[in-house]
Design a binder for this molecule. Sequence first.
Ligand code: 3HC
Ligand code: NAI
Length: 695
Amino acid sequence: MAKITQSVDLAAHGRVAVLTVDNPPVNALSQHVRKGLHDGIKQATADGAVQAIVIVCAGRTFIAGADITEFGKPPTEPSLHTVLDLIEGSPKPVVSAIHGTALGGGLEVTLACHYRVGVKGARFGLPEVKLGILPGAGGTQRLPRVVGVEKGLQMMVSGDPIGADEALRVGLIDATVDGDLAAAGVAFAEKVLDEKRPLKKIRDLTDKIAVARDKPQIFAEFRKSVARQTRGFRAPESIVKAVEAAVSLPFDQGIKRERELFVELLNSPESKAQRYFFFAEREAAKIPDVPADTPAREIKKAAVIGAGTMGGGIAMNFANAGIPVTVVEVAPEALDRGLGIVRKNYEATAARGRLTPADVDKRMGLIHGTTDWGAVGDADIIIEAVFEEMPVKKEVFAKLDGLAKPDAVLATNTSTLDVDEIAAATKRPESVIGTHFFSPANVMRLLENVRGKKSSKTTIATAMTVGRRIGKVPVLVGVCYGFVGNRMLHQRGLQAEKLILEGAAPHQVDRVLTDFGFPMGPFAMGDLAGLDVGWRIRKGRGVKAPVADRICELGRFGQKTGAGYFKYEKGDRTPIPDLEVEKIIVDVATSMGITRRAISDEEILQRLLYPMVNEGAKILDEKIAIRPSDIDVIWVYGYGWPVYRGGPMFWADSIGLRALRDRLLEFKKQSGDAFWTPAPLLDRLANEGKGFIGA
Ligand code: 3HC
Ligand code: NAI
């Protein structure tokens, strides 16, 4: 075995040379990997004893792509293009043997090889779109030549990987293998030699792209089919353009076009934001005083208290992950209603072809409904999702304290109540934590785990680990009213209400936010969630929201009553501006002595989003969030902040904190409202010319 570089070895297996990449954790194509592959291929092709070459990876995966940490730095030789040209141009067959995930540049390495084999569990994808770029090492030119234009477009624009069976079916790999991977690769290479198979260069394949040449409407149809989910993103359109080039231009010119489009994307603000977010998401898993090796409780069984809107959804998460879950309700009717909705949800998914009827039965089989509290006794985690009332929560936790096993984690899904007060209802506050799911709980990825004053490290580690296991993105936050997400949302809501009183229409406010990239604005969101929820909370707290209260008094609770801030046609969720609401707004404004005026889109955007950033700064000062990027993760996964704008804190940095702070001061001067006082952290960073990220 010869070491080529620190991460690439070359070994002889008879007449087959095996190049092994070993660059933990994911075998990214760092400079020394590219150099190792480059020099290894050169050495093997020059060696008269070698007749074929196999590329394989050590560790948990095949190459997972370019080294993202190298992006934005000066390029280092050899480039991936040089390496791939060398592989494809090798006079001796090169076979890649794949396990784990062959992603991005990793899949592009395999596409430059003459043959590909993979283990059954391997996955293959070009996820560059998720980083705001396109496959920049020939992927846009080679993939359509192998799998066809439509499949290639779909894989590259979604960024989602496919499994080995599908890869074999669409011709992306030549065989599936099992047993020792290097040995299987060598055996395949021997077969290629024995059968004198040709050097299959994907660049020379033309049949699949010729089909598209005769059907140019493929591209228009594809663009139309993805328009909604790609709105606001830059990379998807560039990918389509690159594939058009693959169809219309010779290979080398297509590669040139791909390169131009790649560089353009790499320098775009969207890609910078998306690359930042890739690392932000991973960073959120790290808690400074709860290191990765902190023992977490093993979760074999879960329990959920309450089968309402949230309880049912939370239970589904566990069942989806194969974890049995007991759901406890007060009365059989409430239980039947709750579990009935769960079944209906699963059946709707099955009707769309995304689950088989057998899956539905299996998942329902993992959910055990009961009114017997004793059933929580063997649960490793119990999540309470009952009414949002402190006395009820306290009663439930006192009861759980007496029934749960000693090492169980007791979690509350409260969205506004004090987790420490709830924990104090038990004799084991160290086992109590908040697990704040977002609605619909079976769909939304965000999980705000709320650390109480006494939550133990094991309790925290367990909530973080189980969150990931059930497919969520957990972010640890501290106790305060509304935690991180809703506390910031509240600031936006206050301004939205003021803006309509001062002269903006609800649909203008909503449009400004959808133009920014949110899936919907605050008023359409209120109508979707139900305006009665906030109304009831306000009444309980003795707080008023004059317009919203008037709308609710008319029984307009949003979509469910066919009218709220907007009106709705039967069976249609499209919000339609309603003159009746505009009249209410004008009446309320008049009664409050407000002179209405035209308000620009720019002012609306600033007044909605700058206060959120300001609140984020307070949240950081109070150490409610660990780091600014955690706030960004919360907003992208919990509230639909467009990922191509990074999140509110990253976005604020891109505007410049000085400009943002100064605008807050202008609003303060104009309105005389202390609401606009810049947070001390924002003020300090603005004065120092710094941003939140990396400050
Ligand atoms: N470059 C640099 N670091 C990377 C990386 C990459 N491509 N992929 C993952 N990492 C790092 C992560 O930041 C993380 O670091 P940390 O432990 O310090 O936080 C570590 O590797 C492990 O990653 P995950 O926590 O994500 O591990 P998982 O096992 O959950 O997932 C994975 C593994 C599926 C490979 C996932 O990491 C992933 O999706 N990676 C990105 C894949 C990708 O986007 N590839 C395309 C890159 S762009 C490209 O190739 C351009 C080309 O066309 C020219
Ligand atoms: P819900 O009213 O839909 O459901 C509550 C359920 O709890 C009802 O089925 C009720 O019968 C049951 N219940 C009440 N007291 C009980 C008791 N003592 N024992 C067992 N079951 C009992 O309420 P929802 O919306 O599901 O909210 C539950 C919790 O989740 C609340 O704390 C809420 O603040 C929080 N939350 C709600 C979100 C939402 O969008 N609805 C979002 C995030 C958190």
